[in-house]
Design a protein around this ligand. Structure first.
Ligand code: SF4
Ligand code: SF4
Length: 190
């Protein structure tokens, strides 16, 4: 085996090992049956279907796996994980790929940036109020993503029907919410 091929093989193996460790999943167990993709509610909008993301991981294709949109669009709903006949928790593999890509500060596509922006707004709401304030979350998301009137008609209709709350209601257990966020930060910095 040439030196270049040996280096490439080592890099592939390192990536497989990294994803297995980060996700805690036996990624080589996947036998590509496709049941995960068949049940995934987001697969229609992914650039790479979930089972193929798994295959990329099994082959150690770091660049392809970490640069696809699918890892950011995955909603962590775990449908794939409960359907898998080999007990591979693919939702955790997707999460591990997001963590690795996030640590490497990889450039994201516009769609992936929007998903991240939505997630950040969602978490900010929970951090501040202990629960989701949907009206503020969606308004901030629209403003920050440069589409101020997106779904405005639906939002106004829901407000008029009392399905969206304008006033903010904080949970009475904010001290516990603060503790949860502090613990997550602690774990992230480890
Ligand atoms: S369902 Fe499980 S075994 Fe089948 S392709 Fe998906 S991850 Fe692999
Ligand atoms: S966890 Fe992600 S990949 Fe799995 S079914 Fe849900 S959206 Fe699809």
């Amino acid at each position: 085996m040439s030196a270049i091929n040996l280096t490439t093989t080592l890099k592939h193996e390192q990536f497989i090992e990294q994803v297995s460790r980060e996700s805690g999943q036996p990624v080589q167990q996947c036998y590509q049956c496709g049941k995960c993709t068949a049940g995934c509610p987001i697969a229609f909008s992914m650039d790479v279907p979930p089972n193929r993301v798994m295959r990329m991981v099994q082959l150690g294709l770091r660049e392809t796996a970490l640069s696809c949109n699918s890892i950011w669009l995955c909603a962590y709903c775990s449908t794939c994980s409960v359907r898998c006949p080999k007990n591979v928790n693919l939702a955790q593999v997707m999460d591990a790929l997001r963590i690795i890509a996030g640590k490497e500060k990889r450039a994201k596509t516009a769609r992936a940036r929007h998903v991240e922006l939505f997630n950040r707004n969602f978490l900010n709401s929970i951090r501040r109020y202990g629960r989701l304030h949907e009206f503020e979350t969606m308004t901030m998301y629209n403003l920050k993503s440069g589409q101020p009137f997106k779904n405005a008609d639906t939002g106004l209709y829901m407000l008029s029907r009392g399905k969206l709350k304008f006033l903010i209601q904080k949970t009475s257990q904010m001290d516990q919410v603060k503790q949860i966020f502090a613990r997550v930060k602690e774990l992230e910095e480890k």
